[in-house]
Write a protein that binds this ligand. Structure first.
Ligand code: PXP
Length: 241
């Protein structure tokens, strides 16, 4: 079971003092030692956490998949094409949001997303779309040429009890739909050590992109341990299904 670790929050801490520590590049090294299958960074237009220097260094040394989350905007698209991450995940981006709120509006932004995917794929980059758990959105993702999808688990993660079960059902149906039409399906957002197992038990799910909960635990127990504990959890949940 694939685990991509998002190190944006390390950069957020660095930017709190506009200094040089903690360094997301060092954090990525330790995450890889802990068992991360990939490293994710979100290069935001406002550069609020990850910056161009981080992308350059991570591209130079990360031996596992480097996933660049980004908006389908002109400047960032050119950077992605120049820097050649292994994977681009297109996400919606609003200046004032604290974190990525909801998946892409693939219905209304279909043309723009399709042309961004084409540019990236023409330049040899694999593309994933961050979408809401909706079977329609999975279908559109396939039609616009995405290689895979990442299903937004924010609503699932924010709920408990029966409401969470309803959200889980949406994620299950979306993964099934993706698998049926030949799209790789991942999940991410808001996942933590308490809620990830039910998603990892879903048949056909490829993996996870997780940031906040792993970096939060790392503050207390260290990054290697925080990553390996998450990896153990998802791997054993996947083995149970
Ligand atoms: N996947 C995507 C596309 C995201 O935008 C984010 C948040 O940066 C994550 C996964 C990770 O979310 P979290 O930090 O809540 O684990």
């Amino acid at each position: 079971m694939y685990l991509g670790v998002n190190v944006d929050h390390v950069a957020t801490l660095r930017q709190a003092r506009l200094g040089i520590e903690p360094d997301p590049v060092m954090a990525a090294t330790l995450a890889i030692l802990g068992g991360a299958d990939g490293i994710t960074i979100h290069l935001r237009e406002d550069r609020r956490h990850i910056n161009d220097r981080d992308l350059d260094l991570l591209k130079a040394f990360v031996p596992v998949e480097l996933n660049l989350e980004m908006a389908a905007e002109k400047e960032i698209l050119s950077i992605a094409i120049k820097k050649q991450p292994d994977l681009v995940t297109l996400v919606p981006e609003k200046r004032k949001e604290l974190t990525t709120e909801g998946g892409l509006n693939v219905k209304d932004s279909r043309k723009m997303i399709q042309s961004a995917i084409k540019r990236l794929k023409d330049n040899g980059i694999v593309v994933s779309l961050f979408i809401n758990p909706s079977e329609d959105d999975i279908e559109i993702s396939k039609e616009v040429g995405a290689d895979m999808v990442e299903i937004h688990t924010g609503s699932y993660s924010n709920e408990k009890g029966i409401r969470q079960e309803r959200e889980l059902l949406k994620v299950q149906k979306s993964v099934k739909k993706a698998v049926d039409i030949g799209l790789l399906a991942n999940a991410g957002h808001g996942l933590n050590y308490h809620n990830v197992s039910k998603i990892a038990e879903i048949d056909g799910i490829r993996g996870f992109y997780i940031g906040h909960s792993i970096i939060s635990r790392a503050v207390l127990v260290g990054i290697e341990r925080a990553v390996s504990e998450m990896k153990d959890l998802i791997t054993s949940a996947a083995g149970r299904k």
